[in-house]
Design a protein around this ligand. Structure first.
Ligand code: GEK
Length: 240
């Protein structure tokens, strides 16, 4: 796996983070060394799918990147289900296509180059937003969740994993500091941590757990729960 060194040398001007070919080339290493609990969340995405995906329904992996969630789901659901994997990065989807060509899945997997805000959701028993909602402008998040809700079957499951903001500012700072320490221990230098932070600052907008929970309710979901949290990273599920 190629090592992420994108921010290792001093950069004069730090431009906004983009999911381009440079990121694609190191993506598995980058996300594993940046998101505490990432591997557990991906594995559990499949486990949850095994319990909630009904035959002849669709699963959506919104912001699929290289398809880690899609592949985890695919091993756990009936063959007659379809997975729609959506991303608006051509580079990401191109590489995910290569991965699938090398090892085809047993279900139909549709790769869609599109904005997740515009995707039509239909007959969905599982919709996964693993670390993607955080990149959607806040003012568009409710409309998008309502659209997802409308396309889900009764009892369908929405999974949302996010970097979060903690309500209490003091705790929030403790978690941010501990996350940076986690990254240091994963081999990132202080310069890499600082430069990545500047690049992502205006691109990834975290919200608090209560903000997420009240949006689930407003979008129509019956109930929601946190099932995983490590520092300022959290995964929630909501049921239609
Ligand atoms: C994983 N889920 O491995 N429309 C479509 N795609 C988008 C949009 C949008 N509006 N905004 C961002 N993306 C994956 C990881 S990464 C998380 C998801 C991260 C896509 C973007 O191109 C990228 O591939 C993905 O969402 C976010 O579990 O890098 O922190």
């Amino acid at each position: 796996m190629a090592r992420d060194q994108i921010y290792s040398a001093p950069l004069g001007k730090i431009s906004g983070f983009a999911f381009d070919q440079r990121v694609v080339d190191v993506f598995p290493d980058m996300i594993q060394r940046s998101v505490p609990g990432y591997e557990s969340i991906i594995a559990m995405t499949g486990t949850l799918a095994s319990r909630c995906v009904a035959p002849e329904t669709n699963c959506y992996d919104l912001g699929c990147s290289l398809g880690a969630s899609t592949l985890s789901i695919s091993t756990e659901i009936p063959d007659n289900c379809k997975i729609v994997a959506v991303d608006n990065s051509e580079a990401m989807l191109g590489e995910f296509r290569n991965i699938l060509d090398a090892k085809p899945a047993k279900q139909e997997i549709e790769l869609k180059l599109a904005d997740i805000r515009d995707v039509e959701i239909e007959n969905a028993s599982l919709v996964v937003l693993n670390f993607t909602l955080q990149f959607v402008p806040i003012e568009d998040r409710l409309r998008m969740l309502k659209n997802i809700y409308d396309g889900m079957v009764e009892g369908g499951l929405l999974m949302v994993s996010e970097k979060i903001k903690i309500v209490d500012p003091q705790l929030n700072q403790i978690f941010i500091d501990a996350h940076h320490e986690f990254k240091r221990r994963q081999g990132y230098s202080d310069l890499e941590i600082a430069q990545k932070r500047s690049a992502i600052e205006n691109v990834l907008i975290p919200e608090t757990i209560p903000e997420h929970q009240s949006r689930f309710t407003e979008a129509g979901f019956n109930s929601s729960s946190i099932w995983f949290q490590c520092l300022n990273f959290c995964s929630m599920i909501a049921i239609k």
